[in-house]
Design a protein around this ligand. Structure first.
Ligand SMILES: [Zn+2]
Length: 412
């Protein structure tokens, strides 16, 4: 099998011919912004003309209609779309109506990315932006909690389908809408954090001789990456650090588990395996591999202030620069746009222009999403597999300090 990435022919950042990429207001310099916005508009037109043809019932953020809503909410924030804000909200609202109609069908799921909570959370954000009442939707989300807190072994803890994906929704809404605290209160968030910790502890206790305090499986595999594994679950727990007991939970359960993950880094490349039993160094994706783990390492560095996390993140970033232009295309989950966020994160963390430069180069690579792939994704216009994700990344990088990997990063 051939390589999974295109060779990176861009010159790497070089301190000798340093060019300034960011202006005083921490936006990309005008020439880059203009270029990025031009591509955003072209791709948006392509996306929208294909949306009208779609009769898909997929309501998810990951591959369905609500992912497009999340993209609209991102564009709504951009100054360049200031005069189109009402139109954007109208389009987002008509799409979310369709999503809400479709959440009844199929398997009950509660995560942000693949469950009904993502739809409800986006409806909250839209109504908030339109000055309409959103408490009804907050209550529906709140009323889902008993199912997530139940002892069902059916429900995983990972982000894509599981508990930490539900926890993300609560933390994100709380961050964006101050008075949501009245319905999504601290006790609710605390109970979810406890549940996820308890679940990992119980699994660890069941394994004989386990030295890892928290163990998580998805479909009987201990995944490492952001989508199904440790990186995602531990990352969301760290985002919820205000709800953790420092001594008993943060330092005794979470940190040793992060250190275990840290130790899985391939010494030669800096990448991470996809699951514990898999020793191959193959996937360099947000979902599987260092582009997801790097967010955990970055946040761990901020929380624990240990250089070892930063050094591991820097090593991973060098590898992503070389192996991160993916043949799977320019999406977020397993594509070049998702990998570009790894550099944005390191730029946020270190202020080193090198990482912003690398993110910009990955973004420019995404200017040709149809050429820069060898296979078309099943959902080629979706947020996590397709063009909507590419647009989201191009829009987010315009204000790199405010950029957030969607459905994952909350604060900085
Ligand atoms: Zn993926």
């Amino acid at each position: 099998m051939g390589e999974r990435y295109f060779p990176n022919h861009y010159l790497d950042y070089n301190d000798d011919n340093e060019t300034l990429l960011i202006d005083g207001s921490e936006s990309l310099i005008t020439s880059l912004c203009t270029d990025f916005l031009r591509h955003i508009r072209v791709f948006l037109q392509e996306l929208e003309s294909n949306l009208t043809l779609s009769s898909s019932k997929d309501f998810t953020i990951y591959t369905g209609s609500t992912g497009i809503v999340l993209l609209y909410l991102k564009l709504y924030e951009l100054n360049a779309f200031e005069n189109e804000r009402q139109d954007i909200l109208r389009k987002a609202n008509s799409l979310i109506k369709r999503s809400l109609e479709n959440i009844g069908g199929g398997k009950e799921r509660y995560s942000f990315l693949c469950g009904q909570t993502g739809v409800l959370a986006c409806k909250v954000l839209i109504n908030h932006a339109r000055g309409k009442d959103y408490s009804k939707y907050l209550r529906i989300i709140r009323n889902l909690a008993p199912k997530i807190l139940s002892d069902s072994t059916e429900l995983p803890d990972e982000i894509l389908f599981g508990r930490s994906g539900f926890l993300y929704s609560l933390l994100m809404i709380r961050e964006k809408i101050e008075d949501s605290v009245q319905i999504l209160d601290d006790n609710l968030i605390r109970s979810l954090v406890e549940k996820i910790l308890k679940s990992g502890q119980l699994t660890s206790q069941r394994e004989k001789n386990s030295s890892i305090p928290l163990i998580y499986y998805w479909h009987e595999k201990a995944y490492v990456g952001a989508a199904h594994g440790y990186a995602g679950i531990l990352y969301i727990l760290l985002e919820a650090r205000n709800y953790l007991d420092d001594e008993k939970e943060l330092n005794t359960l979470i940190k040793p588990t992060i250190d275990f993950v840290l130790g899985l880094q391939f010494p030669d490349t800096g990448n991470y395996r996809s699951s514990l039993n898999n020793t191959e160094d193959r996937l360099v994706h947000w979902c599987h591999g260092s582009p997801g783990v790097i967010h955990l390492l970055s946040l761990a560095y901020q929380v624990f202030e240990k250089e070892i996390y930063l050094n591991a993140a820097i090593k991973a970033a060098d590898d992503i620069w070389h192996r991160g232009l993916l043949k799977k295309g320019c999406g977020l989950c397993h594509g070049t746009a998702g990998n570009g966020y790894a550099f944005i994160r390191l730029f946020q963390l270190t202020n080193d222009q090198k990482y912003l430069y690398r993110a910009v180069k990955f973004a420019e690579w995404c200017f040709e999403p149809h050429q820069h792939r060898i296979r078309i994704a099943d959902r080629p216009y979706s947020l996590f597999e397709g063009l909507a994700g590419t647009i989201y990344f191009l829009a987010d990088i315009i204000h790199p300090k405010q950029a957030r990997f969607p459905a994952f990063q909350i604060k900085f």
